[in-house]
Ligand binder design. Structure first.
Ligand code: ADP
Ligand code: MG
Length: 559
């Protein structure tokens, strides 16, 4: 058995061990090579390395299957790209319908099984996590790179050479993004434009992206301390009800929180807020205990002792001088009754993340038990109020002591509109934060992609051997972004590409879309700007996924 570990030496970073990349003779134990035959006869009996129903494809078949799967996924989101991108309707098993223009959401909602296709979904996911925007671009580029890989493999370019060529091209792409980053600081006007660009083309339920972008800038500036802006300090909450024109920036947080009691509590001003991650109830014992009670005194004592415990819990809260109690657990009726009499507003069964958000906004500590609660542990809010929207109650914690959290509160007609509005505004916030935090903006509308493709082609001339083909192929893949912007706008992609290249000497010509019209123009003049970091991540993530898939020549899957 000792030979095995050296053969199965490197597996892919995915959790399931789907891909095994052999470092030594891959067929040493799989086929009837001499070594294998010798091994099989160890101890005089046949030895099975893989179970019987294991499937294995290798060489070109494996590459081709992976590439097709990856391309199919990329293709499914490509047409959502840009201001004129189409929407996708996704229907779940249970009949739930999601209509979206957001690439990340499409990929997230699709039920994808093929492991290589999964890797493309991962591209969109990491793009989403790292910068929040550019997911469609990243997935589309990864798909195009795979198409190019397929062609290169057909022309006998070795996978290793392809990978090297792609990495060379990626460096050129990153340098070009650097060069195209606009000089000067990211002021409010630029922030507004970045947010608007990120939201253009998404369903915003009738509100113009420009109005929403104003709200995004207000929110971002509210939490913008010196230096690093904390993305988590900006929440986006959407609720059905009024038209989505009612967009507010709330200085504080809005929480889905159930109050205890029948009547909606009156607003509390200058509220001291206690937050617990605990039940205010007597713990249920795991074992069934039975008390032997012999007389009425003993019964009274038992009841009294329970009541005392309920009272103690309430007293801890009252003694700490809390006006509002928020807990992730449940509050016993007796305790709740006492707290109500003392004028403490109680929210129970709050989710942990909501509790953390409120803790953050009010500066309260998040305690695991009510015992020993002290006034030091409490947070503060100027007002705490409960409002009803549709059938939901929402708790507003505004003007908190640690009021570095702000909430964009959006309202729209129907659930479908709301979800898409929330996604759009989240993209707008992400883009604005990325522009502020990670240095600068670049012209949008595919101006960067045209310039990047040009620079890569120029660099390719200096690359020797077949790697040159791979570098050039990368440039062709990047062209897919302007081509797609042209196609979705109803333009001829070949003409558009030619016009763009001719005009793009300084990297400032893009396919700008203004009110239904598209023209080749300077995106900066039209306020079409993307965060530089979004573009950097696009090139990083797409290259990573495509090279990962290109390197695989063997798929061994357990059924
Ligand atoms: P992604 O998921 O990649 O962010 P989007 O659908 O948000 O995909 O499209 C982003 C692209 O659309 C960016 O390249 C951006 O520059 C471009 N874009 C946004 N607004 C405009 C516009 N008004 N004219 C042309 N291109 C635009
Ligand atoms: Mg976007």
């Amino acid at each position: 058995m000792s030979a095995l570990p050296t053969i199965l030496t490197r597996s892919c970073p995915c959790e399931e061990n789907f891909f095994i990349e052999p470092l030594e003779d891959p067929f040493a134990f799989m086929s009837e090579s001499e070594g294998a035959q010798r091994q099989r006869r160890i101890a005089g009996q046949p030895m099975f390395v893989l179970s019987e129903d294991t499937e294995r494809t290798s060489g070109r078949d494996a590459q081709s299957a992976n590439i097709q799967a990856g391309k199919a996924v990329a293709e499914s989101v490509r047409t959502t790209l840009g201001p004129n991108g189409m929407d996708k309707m996704l229907v779940s098993d249970s009949g739930d319908v999601v209509v979206t223009n957001d690439g990340a959401t499409v990929l997230e909602e699709m039920d994808i099984e093929h492991p290589a296709a999964e890797m493309l979904v991962d591209v969109a996911e990491s793009q989403d996590e790292e910068v929040g925007d550019g997911t469609t671009t990243a997935a589309a580029l990864a798909g195009e790179l795979l198409s190019e890989t397929e062609e290169l493999l057909e022309n006998d370019v070795h996978p290793t050479t392809i990978v090297e060529g792609y990495l060379t091209a990626r460096e050129v792409a990153l340098e070009t993004v650097e060069e195209l980053t606009l000089e000067g600081e990211v002021d409010n006007e630029i922030l507004q434009q970045v947010a608007e660009t990120a939201m253009t083309g998404k369903g915003t339920g009738g509100v113009t992206p420009s109005t929403l972008a104003d709200a995004v800038v207000e929110a971002v500036r509210h939490v913008d301390g010196d230096g690093d802006l904390d993305r988590d300090a900006i929440e986006v909450v959407a609720r059905a009800g009024r038209s989505s024109a009612a967009t507010e920036v709330i200085e504080g947080v809005i929480a889905d929180a159930d109050y205890v009691g029948r009547e909606r509590p009156a607003p509390v001003s200058d509220a001291a807020v206690a937050i617990l991650d605990a039940d205010l109830d007597l713990a249920e014992t795991e074992v069934d205990a039975e008390y032997q009670i012999g007389n009425v005194d003993q019964l009274n004592a038992a009841v009294e002792s329970e009541r005392e415990q309920y009272r103690d819990m309430a007293e801890s809260v009252v003694d700490a001088d809390a006006d509002v109690l928020v807990t992730t657990g449940e509050v016993a009726d007796t305790t709740a009754g006492i707290l109500a009499r003392e004028g403490v507003v109680v929210f129970e069964d709050v989710s942990s993340s909501t509790a953390r958000t409120i803790a953050r906004a009010t500066g309260a500590g998040l305690l695991g038990t009510v015992d020993g609660l002290e006034s030091d542990d409490l947070g503060a809010a100027e007002t705490v109020r409960v409002e009803s929207y549709d059938d939901d109650d929402l708790a507003f914690f505004e003007g908190g002591a640690a009021a570095d959290t702000v909430t964009l509160f959006l309202r729209g007609g129907t659930e479908g509109v709301l979800d898409e509005l929330e996604r759009a505004v989240t993209d707008g916030v992400d883009a604005a934060v990325a522009a502020l935090n990670t240095g600068g903006v670049v012209p949008g509308a595919a101006a960067v992609e045209i310039a990047v493709a040009g620079a890569i082609r120029e660099a390719a001339a200096g690359v020797e051997g077949r790697e040159q083909l791979a570098v050039e192929a990368f440039a062709d893949a990047v062209d897919a972004i302007p081509r797609t912007l042209a196609t979705t706008a109803g333009e001829d992609p070949i003409d558009a590409l030619a016009d763009l290249r001719a005009a793009n000497g300084d990297g400032r010509a893009g396919l700008v879309s203004t009110g239904g019209e598209v023209e080749v123009a300077d995106p900066v003049d039209h306020g079409v700007l993307d965060p530089a970091e979004v573009k950097r991540e696009v090139f990083r993530n797409a290259t990573e996924a495509s090279t990962l898939i290109t390197r695989i020549d063997d798929v061994i899957s357990a059924n």
